[in-house]
Design a protein around this ligand. Structure first.
Ligand SMILES: [Fe+2]
Ligand SMILES: [Fe+2]
Length: 155
């Protein structure tokens, strides 16, 4: 694959990311409004924040796509929803895991092209997605300890 083909592939990937950011922004806005019960009051506020941040990512991606010679998509990826509080949070968490996986691939593609500046923009976005995932894991009470503590040696 030559440079131009690889760049086209990265731009196509960024447009896919963009369509998923729009979907995430809509999904979080809807879930924030639909969560019910006192236990979910603070979580709903958190999801409203996530919604705004996803639309912010959409704007950043649009600028980047244009800069790289593409046309930002106006398509929206499928939005997941449910009438169950916990199911909505699980859908949101899955969306974050998927986004992180896509962005890590995008960083590899852009860095392979030597575009470290563009890759940096994606790094900044993926850090936010990781924060979103942590918020949701905590809200869902997900226990994910894999490594028990080992004895530390101090000399
Ligand atoms: Fe995002
Ligand atoms: Fe996110």
């Amino acid at each position: 694959m030559n440079h131009q083909e690889a760049l086209k592939q990265a731009v196509d990937g960024l447009n896919l990311d963009l369509a998923w950011e729009y979907a995430a922004g809509i999904q979080y806005a809807q879930h924030a409004a639909m969560l019910s019960g006192a236990a979910y009051f603070a979580v709903a506020e958190e999801l409203e924040e996530h919604s705004k941040e996803e639309f912010g990512h959409a704007t950043e991606l649009s600028v980047l796509i244009q800069y790289l010679g593409g046309i930002p998509t106006t398509q929206v990826a499928p939005v997941a929803t449910s009438r169950d509080n916990e199911e909505m949070l699980r859908q949101d968490l899955q969306g974050e895991y998927d986004a992180i996986r896509r962005y890590l691939q995008r960083i590899r593609q852009l860095e392979a092209l030597g575009m470290y500046d563009s890759a940096q923009i994606i790094r900044n976005i993926v850090v936010t997605e990781q924060e979103h995932a942590i918020d949701l894991e905590v809200a869902l009470g997900i226990e994910k300890t894999v490594f028990p503590p080992t004895e530390l040696t101090f000399e």
